[in-house]
Design a protein around this ligand. Structure first.
Ligand code: FUL
Length: 677
């Protein structure tokens, strides 16, 4: 039935995935245009921004929403300058608040003080995007914690009505985003916070998706059962190195298949075209939180994200977080522009030219297409395992390689090596699997006069369109600043040839005014450390870290946890006995706790529901707070828990009531008790 619907839709509308009969799956025109956008933006802005939450419960008052200085043109300008081609706005998130005056609910901008309830934020957003030549996408959360009938058929009617409003009132859309988070804790129009679960077949995805494809024929769909693009499987900003734009169709509709993992890689024998999208936020949260102002992703992290998404055959959806004024924070806009400048300048001067000698197949004329800098032209190999060699005619220095397949003919290459010529023989530079729409490899600079790509395996005869090499001028990464429990500060830089300078007085470090870092030093208690890395005349951005108080006399039960959770290093986690007790060794006034879950890729013991108890003597305990962290499975970032009232105590007991992997262990990379000064 589903095959039939997809076939019907693709035939009629030319937008749904094209199903391979006897040939490889190929992208539809719409999927191809979407892939070519490469970098796009997400904007999370809503009542959550004002309630300082990631997942609202649906009882937040619309009165909170008042972006007095809202300027969607500033958002659009930032996106334009950062090279982002399209923008998706969260028209409604899980809390149900609508950024447009929907005719079907009162829980929207029309009951907010913003523009006296006369505003339509979706409209302003769309107009600004159009003015700056950006494509427009919308996000409508299927989960709605505000709606009393969520979970019943009535809500589906409501949802479809809202969907129709968004699909018909705001012009052409390039992407529609349905979130996978569905059902959970909320008020649902009642007085109590409770959990609503929904059955797997609650949403009529055939009807919903068909509505999008019919009303917006140039739109791709994310989420639901009949989407034509897929989630990459994480929210950290990377696609796996082996990355297929195809998946096996029968498994796509099999509810028993754990899609999260299989979708990360796609399938090398996939029968349906379903390219992936990497969604990640520039800050830890999807929404703006002032407490995360110092956690904006670094230039080098964002650059890695570019290479590990676009450079791995995926599309980047980079989230921006307008603040309470309704503006993208200035430092975020600046960072995004720096980021765009960084990766485009790294890839601006292709050292390959079509005057170079190229060999590898009978059709030598068409082979030149690989060197013409034009993705549209392509070369068809003679075999499934061609070897293409380029002779530069002189020695060149390079540290980037960009490859493209002509994906109009499907994704074909399964394995290849890159080799370069040195001292009379071929040296293997890298061994890789997929290419797809775009594959960019980074490696330490090499000097050579010849390069060859040896395809070792492919689904069918490869259709290649580009081979490019670049010499990217690399700037050292900003140093990483960490402080251990003893108050010992370490500064490290991924560029081992860079010198590190720092200041402790809040001043900007420079080579002449900074202190040259030689070995770890003690700086306990409150302090601010600023640091740069310098390699020749190339200087990193400034790393800044503030530390508060001292953990020197704190201990834990179990004792071993302390060396992991107080060491200031994110990648060393404690995974062990639940609960975990912190002993401050003195009775203190307590404000709350910060908890950084295990950050490793296959993390364990990520706490979802928790209770925190306090004790002065280690015998008598009092509950300080209990609650639940939002979105822990997909987004295990640092959590801050503030106690509802000031507590006094020496012992803090942190107990997981449930964890993502249902383990009875508790995993923590860092734990910090916030004290009153
Ligand atoms: C997630 C949501 O739950 C987050 O809040 C955010 O909207 C992200 C893009 O998708 O699954």
């Amino acid at each position: 039935m589903k095959n039939y619907i997809i076939g019907l839709l693709s035939g009629l509308l030319c937008v749904a995935p094209v199903i391979a009969q006897n040939r490889l799956a190929e992208p539809s025109r719409v999927q191809l245009e979407w892939q070519r956008m490469e970098t796009t933006a997400f904007v999370h802005f809503s009542v959550n921004t004002y309630a300082d939450m990631e997942w609202g419960y649906g009882n937040e008052s619309p009165q909170l929403f008042n972006p007095e200085k809202l300027d969607c043109r500033q958002w659009a300008r930032t996106c334009k300058e950062a090279g982002l081609q399209g923008v998706i706005l969260t028209a409604k998130h899980h809390d149900g608040f609508c950024l447009w005056p929907s005719a079907y609910t009162e829980h929207s901008v029309k009951n907010s003080p913003w523009k006296n309830g006369q505003g339509d934020l979706v409209r302003e957003f769309v107009d600004a995007c159009r003015e700056y030549g950006l494509k427009v996408g919308l996000y409508l959360s299927p989960w709605d914690c505000n709606h009393p009938e969520y979970g019943k058929p009535e809500y589906i009617t409501y949802f479809c009505n809202q969907l129709r409003e968004l699909l018909t009132n705001y012009g052409e859309l390039y992407e529609f985003w349905f979130d996978g988070a569905n059902g959970g804790r909320g008020y649902y129009g009642t007085d109590s916070l409770h959990t609503r679960k929904i059955p797997a077949d609650y949403y009529p995805w055939e009807k919903i998706t068909k509505m999008v494809y019919e009303l917006q024929p140039n739109c791709v769909v994310h989420g639901g059962d009949l989407a034509n693009i897929r989630w990459v499987g994480n929210e950290e900003g990377y696609a796996l190195e082996e990355h297929w734009s195809t998946v096996r169709e029968p498994e796509l509709y099999d509810k028993n298949v754990q899609k999260r993992f299989q979708w990360m890689k796609g399938h090398d024998d996939g029968t349906i075209w379903m390219p992936s999208e990497v969604d990640v936020s520039v800050r830890p949260g999807w929404y703006y939180h002032a407490s995360e102002d110092h956690k904006l992703k670094s230039l080098s992290k964002l650059t890695d994200i570019y290479y590990e998404s676009v450079g791995r055959n995926s599309l980047l959806l980079l989230n921006l977080t307008p603040n309470k004024d309704g503006l993208i924070p200035a430092q975020d806009s600046i960072r995004l522009c720096e980021w765009h400048k960084r990766y485009t300048s790294e890839l601006s001067n292709n050292l390959m030219s079509d005057r170079m000698r190229i060999s590898g197949g009978k059709d030598t004329k068409r082979l030149r297409c690989l060197l013409d800098g034009n993705r549209e032209s392509y070369w068809v190999a003679d075999t499934k395992t061609p070897v293409v060699e380029v002779d530069f005619g002189k020695k060149l220095r390079f540290n980037r390689l960009l490859l493209q397949e002509c994906i109009e003919k499907g994704q074909r290459v399964k394995a290849f090596t890159i080799e370069y010529w040195r001292d009379g023989k071929w040296i293997v530079l890298d061994t890789q699997t997929t290419i797809g729409y775009k594959r960019i490899l980074r490696f330490p600079e090499i000097v050579s006069s010849r390069l060859r790509i040896c395809v070792k395996d492919s689904r069918d005869i490869p259709y290649l369109s580009e081979i490019q090499i670049y010499l990217a001028e690399t700037v050292p990464d900003a140093p990483v600043i960490s402080r251990n429990q003893k108050g010992e500060v370490s500064l490290t830089c991924s560029d081992s040839n860079a010198a590190i300078f720092y200041t402790l007085d809040g001043k900007e470090p420079t080579v002449s005014d900074g202190i040259l870092y030689q070995k770890p030093f003690i700086s306990d208690g409150d302090c601010i450390i600023k640091s740069i890395a310098v390699n020749g005349n190339r200087i990193s951005t400034t790393a800044i870290r503030r530390f508060e108080g001292s953990k020197a006399i704190w201990t834990t039960v179990p004792a071993k946890a302390a060396s992991r959770i107080f060491d200031g290093v994110e990648h060393t986690a404690w995974v062990g006995t639940n609960p975990l007790v912190v002993d401050l060794n003195a009775v203190c006034k307590l404000k709350g706790l910060t908890y950084l879950p295990d950050q490793s890729r296959w993390a364990s013991g990520l706490v979802v529901k928790y209770v925190i108890e306090i004790s002065k003597d280690g015998d008598r305990w009092e509950e300080a707070i209990r609650g639940e962290f939002a979105n822990m499975q997909n987004h295990p970032v640092e959590q801050q828990i503030l106690f509802p009232k000031v507590c006094e105590g020496r012992f803090i007991r942190f107990r997981a009531l449930s964890t993502v992997d249902n383990s009875d262990r508790l995993g923590a990379a860092e734990l910090n008790v916030i004290l009153f000064k």
